[in-house]
Design a protein. Sequence first.
Length: 320
Amino acid sequence: MELVLGTNGGDEYKATYEAVYGPFEKKYNAKIVPVFADGSTLLNRALAEKNNPSMDATVTYQGAWLVGQAEGVFAKVDYSRIPYIDDVYDFMLDPKGYAPFANFAAWGLVYNADVIKQPPVSLKDLWLPAFKDQTMIGGVYHWGVHLTAFAYAWTGDQTKIDVAFDKVRELAPRLAGFYGLTSDTQSKFQQGLANIATWYSSYSQRLRNLGMPITYVTPAEGSFLSQTNYQAIEGSKKIDLVEKLIGQFFDPECSVNLARLNGQIPPNRKVKLDAELQKQILTTEQIQQCHNWDWELIVAQQDAWLTRWNAEIRPLLQPH
């Protein structure tokens, strides 16, 4: 049986296939047919195909699940049919009955420990002269989370977006660059184009597996919770198989392998990582202390913010 799945490609797919997709195929005698794209493109595809969907499920990030739910392209799932669902954390569950989060990590600061000997400890440290031309932040796909996080760092309030724009206008000329997809961040680190980034704890593990001394720092203001889920597409005839795929992320062995390969904290609360791996991965307790992004605000304002970002911020980035 085939399951057409919207998913990221590249190293993300390789790690997830080894940890989760491959074991799922073997266990259920199924075949994943990947549709490779970034999360925004996959969401737009689901919206465009609302009346004739070609995918059975798609990965979603950055609050995209709220858009898909509101537009009626995502289907609710039967939690009683999701394997290991009773073993996952309550904060992963969707109160409306849509897909639970499949995995999670934190967003904060990362740096190359071989180059940066006195790392930033606060998001506000990125404005320090010592980090000029060393830092990259997210551009396309990431402006919403950066604006709200910076607003919180400088004012304690995610809604103070005008302050965030003022501060990013100060920061942009000092940046080494913007990153797009997570693979772009990885490439820029590998090429030495930047040595500090606002990034995710999970993807730091992938670079450590490649031999780079990338270290995650929880900012003084706190990290933000970064979640991923796999939404069933309304109209799919294989919702039961989507439910099994979601449950595969909660399988204890798969949880450990995804932590090892991709840095995600095990979503199954019964899973304990070995001491050596746990040194590299944030604990669930640390994750539970993270701030939640105001997704409703971000989703409601993202188009207006993007227009403003492209007009006010992007032109200020200096070529290096």
